[in-house]
Design a protein around this ligand. Structure first.
Ligand SMILES: O=P(O)(O)OC[C@@H](O)[C@@H](O)c1c[nH]c2ccccc12
Length: 260
Protein backbone atom coordinates (compact mmCIF):
# COMPACT_ATOMS: atom_id res chain seq x y z
CA UNK A 1 0.00 0.00 0.00
CA UNK A 2 1.22 3.49 -0.92
CA UNK A 3 0.80 4.84 2.60
CA UNK A 4 3.09 2.16 4.05
CA UNK A 5 5.62 2.85 1.33
CA UNK A 6 5.59 6.57 2.13
CA UNK A 7 5.85 5.91 5.87
CA UNK A 8 8.77 3.52 5.38
CA UNK A 9 10.67 5.95 3.23
CA UNK A 10 10.05 8.69 5.82
CA UNK A 11 11.50 6.42 8.52
CA UNK A 12 14.64 5.79 6.43
CA UNK A 13 15.00 9.48 5.66
CA UNK A 14 14.73 10.44 9.31
CA UNK A 15 17.29 7.80 10.34
CA UNK A 16 19.74 9.43 7.90
CA UNK A 17 18.92 12.95 9.05
CA UNK A 18 19.44 12.02 12.68
CA UNK A 19 23.07 11.29 11.79
CA UNK A 20 23.49 14.92 10.78
CA UNK A 21 21.39 16.51 13.52
CA UNK A 22 20.61 14.51 16.64
CA UNK A 23 17.18 14.78 18.25
CA UNK A 24 18.68 17.08 20.89
CA UNK A 25 20.15 19.33 18.20
CA UNK A 26 16.86 19.38 16.30
CA UNK A 27 15.03 20.39 19.50
CA UNK A 28 17.46 23.28 19.86
CA UNK A 29 16.90 24.34 16.25
CA UNK A 30 13.14 24.18 16.82
CA UNK A 31 13.38 26.30 19.94
CA UNK A 32 15.54 28.92 18.27
CA UNK A 33 13.16 29.45 15.34
CA UNK A 34 10.72 31.99 16.67
CA UNK A 35 9.43 33.42 13.42
CA UNK A 36 5.89 32.24 14.09
CA UNK A 37 3.11 33.34 16.40
CA UNK A 38 2.17 30.30 18.53
CA UNK A 39 -0.78 28.37 17.07
CA UNK A 40 -1.04 30.78 14.13
CA UNK A 41 -2.46 28.01 11.94
CA UNK A 42 -5.52 27.28 14.06
CA UNK A 43 -6.04 30.96 14.78
CA UNK A 44 -6.22 31.63 11.03
CA UNK A 45 -8.74 28.82 10.57
CA UNK A 46 -11.03 30.06 13.32
CA UNK A 47 -12.11 33.10 11.32
CA UNK A 48 -15.72 33.77 10.34
CA UNK A 49 -16.70 31.91 7.17
CA UNK A 50 -14.87 29.22 5.25
CA UNK A 51 -11.07 29.35 5.40
CA UNK A 52 -8.84 28.38 2.47
CA UNK A 53 -5.66 26.34 2.75
CA UNK A 54 -3.80 26.34 -0.57
CA UNK A 55 -1.23 23.70 -1.35
CA UNK A 56 2.18 23.95 -3.00
CA UNK A 57 2.67 20.53 -4.64
CA UNK A 58 4.65 19.50 -7.72
CA UNK A 59 3.55 15.88 -7.96
CA UNK A 60 1.51 13.21 -6.20
CA UNK A 61 1.34 9.40 -6.21
CA UNK A 62 -2.08 9.48 -7.86
CA UNK A 63 -1.33 12.09 -10.54
CA UNK A 64 2.48 11.85 -10.96
CA UNK A 65 3.88 15.22 -12.08
CA UNK A 66 1.17 17.87 -11.84
CA UNK A 67 3.31 20.71 -13.15
CA UNK A 68 6.81 20.85 -14.64
CA UNK A 69 6.95 24.56 -14.00
CA UNK A 70 7.29 24.84 -10.22
CA UNK A 71 8.33 28.29 -8.96
CA UNK A 72 7.31 27.39 -5.40
CA UNK A 73 8.11 30.78 -3.88
CA UNK A 74 6.10 32.64 -6.49
CA UNK A 75 3.24 30.19 -6.06
CA UNK A 76 3.16 30.72 -2.30
CA UNK A 77 3.21 34.49 -2.78
CA UNK A 78 0.39 34.28 -5.31
CA UNK A 79 -1.68 32.24 -2.87
CA UNK A 80 -1.08 34.81 -0.17
CA UNK A 81 -2.06 37.67 -2.48
CA UNK A 82 -5.13 35.73 -3.61
CA UNK A 83 -6.35 35.57 0.00
CA UNK A 84 -5.23 32.14 1.20
CA UNK A 85 -5.62 31.85 4.98
CA UNK A 86 -2.92 29.20 5.27
CA UNK A 87 -0.51 27.47 2.89
CA UNK A 88 0.35 23.78 2.79
CA UNK A 89 3.82 22.85 1.53
CA UNK A 90 4.70 19.30 0.51
CA UNK A 91 8.13 18.29 1.79
CA UNK A 92 7.84 14.56 1.01
CA UNK A 93 10.53 13.94 -1.64
CA UNK A 94 9.85 10.52 -3.21
CA UNK A 95 6.30 10.72 -4.61
CA UNK A 96 5.38 14.37 -4.09
CA UNK A 97 8.80 15.71 -5.15
CA UNK A 98 8.78 18.07 -2.18
CA UNK A 99 11.79 19.39 -0.27
CA UNK A 100 12.34 20.73 3.23
CA UNK A 101 14.07 23.72 1.64
CA UNK A 102 10.86 24.78 -0.12
CA UNK A 103 9.19 25.14 3.25
CA UNK A 104 12.16 26.95 4.82
CA UNK A 105 12.38 29.43 1.94
CA UNK A 106 8.64 30.06 1.79
CA UNK A 107 8.52 30.67 5.53
CA UNK A 108 11.06 33.47 5.14
CA UNK A 109 9.02 35.23 2.47
CA UNK A 110 5.35 34.77 3.26
CA UNK A 111 3.42 35.57 6.42
CA UNK A 112 0.60 33.03 6.04
CA UNK A 113 0.79 30.15 8.53
CA UNK A 114 2.38 27.11 6.89
CA UNK A 115 1.48 23.45 7.15
CA UNK A 116 4.31 21.00 6.65
CA UNK A 117 2.76 18.28 4.51
CA UNK A 118 4.70 15.11 5.15
CA UNK A 119 4.25 11.68 6.62
CA UNK A 120 4.98 12.24 10.29
CA UNK A 121 6.19 8.95 11.73
CA UNK A 122 8.64 10.23 14.34
CA UNK A 123 8.49 13.10 16.86
CA UNK A 124 11.79 14.25 15.33
CA UNK A 125 9.82 15.44 12.30
CA UNK A 126 7.70 17.72 14.49
CA UNK A 127 10.75 19.54 15.88
CA UNK A 128 12.11 19.67 12.36
CA UNK A 129 8.87 21.22 11.08
CA UNK A 130 9.18 24.00 13.67
CA UNK A 131 12.85 24.50 12.76
CA UNK A 132 11.84 24.86 9.09
CA UNK A 133 9.31 27.57 9.94
CA UNK A 134 6.04 25.60 9.85
CA UNK A 135 3.04 26.50 12.01
CA UNK A 136 1.41 23.08 11.67
CA UNK A 137 2.15 19.43 10.96
CA UNK A 138 0.10 16.62 9.49
CA UNK A 139 -0.69 13.56 11.61
CA UNK A 140 -2.37 10.77 9.65
CA UNK A 141 -4.68 8.50 11.67
CA UNK A 142 -4.11 5.58 9.30
CA UNK A 143 -0.43 5.67 10.27
CA UNK A 144 -0.54 6.48 13.98
CA UNK A 145 -2.19 4.74 16.94
CA UNK A 146 -4.39 6.87 19.20
CA UNK A 147 -1.72 6.95 21.93
CA UNK A 148 0.94 8.06 19.47
CA UNK A 149 -1.38 10.76 18.13
CA UNK A 150 -1.92 11.97 21.69
CA UNK A 151 1.81 12.03 22.34
CA UNK A 152 2.58 13.90 19.10
CA UNK A 153 -0.18 16.45 19.76
CA UNK A 154 1.51 17.11 23.10
CA UNK A 155 4.85 17.69 21.37
CA UNK A 156 3.06 20.12 19.02
CA UNK A 157 1.39 21.91 21.94
CA UNK A 158 4.74 22.45 23.63
CA UNK A 159 6.14 23.99 20.45
CA UNK A 160 3.11 26.20 19.66
CA UNK A 161 2.46 24.14 16.54
CA UNK A 162 -0.99 23.05 15.41
CA UNK A 163 -1.65 19.40 14.57
CA UNK A 164 -3.87 18.71 11.57
CA UNK A 165 -5.11 15.20 12.29
CA UNK A 166 -6.23 13.50 9.09
CA UNK A 167 -9.02 10.93 9.01
CA UNK A 168 -10.78 9.16 6.19
CA UNK A 169 -13.61 7.35 7.97
CA UNK A 170 -15.64 7.21 11.16
CA UNK A 171 -13.21 4.95 13.03
CA UNK A 172 -10.29 7.25 12.32
CA UNK A 173 -12.32 10.28 13.40
CA UNK A 174 -13.05 8.52 16.71
CA UNK A 175 -9.32 7.96 17.18
CA UNK A 176 -8.53 11.61 16.39
CA UNK A 177 -11.17 12.85 18.83
CA UNK A 178 -9.97 10.47 21.55
CA UNK A 179 -6.42 11.71 21.04
CA UNK A 180 -7.60 15.29 21.67
CA UNK A 181 -7.31 16.64 18.12
CA UNK A 182 -8.38 20.29 17.80
CA UNK A 183 -8.20 20.18 14.00
CA UNK A 184 -9.48 17.26 11.96
CA UNK A 185 -9.02 17.05 8.21
CA UNK A 186 -11.34 14.66 6.44
CA UNK A 187 -9.65 13.31 3.34
CA UNK A 188 -11.95 12.79 0.38
CA UNK A 189 -9.27 10.66 -1.26
CA UNK A 190 -9.06 7.02 -0.29
CA UNK A 191 -5.33 6.44 0.06
CA UNK A 192 -5.77 2.72 -0.59
CA UNK A 193 -7.19 3.03 -4.11
CA UNK A 194 -7.00 6.81 -4.78
CA UNK A 195 -10.73 7.13 -5.46
CA UNK A 196 -12.08 10.57 -4.57
CA UNK A 197 -15.53 11.28 -3.17
CA UNK A 198 -16.14 14.91 -2.35
CA UNK A 199 -19.15 13.93 -0.24
CA UNK A 200 -16.92 12.07 2.21
CA UNK A 201 -16.13 15.18 4.27
CA UNK A 202 -19.76 16.33 4.07
CA UNK A 203 -21.03 12.96 5.30
CA UNK A 204 -18.52 12.60 8.13
CA UNK A 205 -18.85 16.14 9.50
CA UNK A 206 -21.53 15.04 11.98
CA UNK A 207 -19.12 12.70 13.78
CA UNK A 208 -16.80 15.57 14.66
CA UNK A 209 -17.45 17.60 17.84
CA UNK A 210 -18.56 21.19 17.18
CA UNK A 211 -15.55 22.83 18.83
CA UNK A 212 -13.10 20.93 16.61
CA UNK A 213 -11.97 22.75 13.44
CA UNK A 214 -12.97 20.61 10.47
CA UNK A 215 -11.22 20.72 7.09
CA UNK A 216 -12.45 19.17 3.84
CA UNK A 217 -9.45 17.84 1.93
CA UNK A 218 -8.75 16.67 -1.63
CA UNK A 219 -10.51 16.58 -4.98
CA UNK A 220 -12.04 20.05 -4.60
CA UNK A 221 -12.38 21.52 -8.07
CA UNK A 222 -15.23 24.01 -8.34
CA UNK A 223 -17.11 26.73 -6.48
CA UNK A 224 -20.03 24.25 -6.37
CA UNK A 225 -17.88 21.72 -4.48
CA UNK A 226 -16.95 24.47 -2.08
CA UNK A 227 -20.55 25.57 -1.59
CA UNK A 228 -21.49 22.00 -0.58
CA UNK A 229 -18.68 21.88 1.94
CA UNK A 230 -19.54 25.31 3.32
CA UNK A 231 -23.22 24.39 3.61
CA UNK A 232 -22.32 21.25 5.54
CA UNK A 233 -20.74 23.53 8.15
CA UNK A 234 -17.06 22.71 7.70
CA UNK A 235 -14.54 25.38 8.68
CA UNK A 236 -11.98 25.11 5.91
CA UNK A 237 -11.00 23.52 2.61
CA UNK A 238 -7.60 22.28 1.50
CA UNK A 239 -6.98 22.63 -2.24
CA UNK A 240 -3.95 21.43 -4.15
CA UNK A 241 -4.21 20.14 -7.69
CA UNK A 242 -6.90 22.53 -8.96
CA UNK A 243 -4.75 25.52 -8.03
CA UNK A 244 -1.48 23.94 -9.13
CA UNK A 245 -2.94 23.39 -12.62
CA UNK A 246 -4.27 26.95 -12.91
CA UNK A 247 -2.11 29.36 -14.88
CA UNK A 248 -3.43 32.32 -12.93
CA UNK A 249 -3.59 31.01 -9.38
CA UNK A 250 -4.73 34.25 -7.83
CA UNK A 251 -7.66 34.44 -10.23
CA UNK A 252 -8.53 30.76 -9.74
CA UNK A 253 -8.51 31.19 -5.97
CA UNK A 254 -10.72 34.26 -6.19
CA UNK A 255 -13.12 32.31 -8.42
CA UNK A 256 -13.22 29.42 -5.96
CA UNK A 257 -13.83 31.84 -3.13
CA UNK A 258 -16.74 33.23 -5.09
CA UNK A 259 -15.16 36.64 -5.47
CA UNK A 260 -15.23 36.68 -9.26
O1 LIG B 1 -4.61 18.07 -4.72
P1 LIG B 1 -5.94 17.94 -4.04
O2 LIG B 1 -6.77 16.83 -4.59
O3 LIG B 1 -6.67 19.24 -3.99
O4 LIG B 1 -5.64 17.52 -2.52
C1 LIG B 1 -4.92 18.34 -1.62
C2 LIG B 1 -4.60 17.59 -0.33
O5 LIG B 1 -5.80 17.26 0.30
C3 LIG B 1 -3.79 16.32 -0.62
O6 LIG B 1 -2.58 16.71 -1.19
C4 LIG B 1 -3.54 15.47 0.60
C5 LIG B 1 -4.44 15.13 1.53
N1 LIG B 1 -3.90 14.35 2.49
C6 LIG B 1 -2.60 14.17 2.20
C7 LIG B 1 -1.61 13.49 2.89
C8 LIG B 1 -0.35 13.51 2.40
C9 LIG B 1 -0.05 14.18 1.22
C10 LIG B 1 -1.02 14.87 0.52
C11 LIG B 1 -2.30 14.88 1.01
Amino acid sequence: MILDELANSARKRIAEQKKRFSLEEMKELAKSNNTNTPFAFEKALRKEGLAFICEVKKASPSKSIITQDFPYLEIAKEYEQGGADCISVLTEPTKFLGRDEYLAEISKQVKSPLLRKDFTVDAYMIYQAKALGASAVLLICALLETDTLKQYIKVCDNLGLSALVEAHDETEIASAVKAGARIIGVNNRNLKDFTVDIQNCVRLKRYIPKDVITIGESGIKTATDIAKIRDAGLDAVLIGETLMRANDKKKELEALKGEL
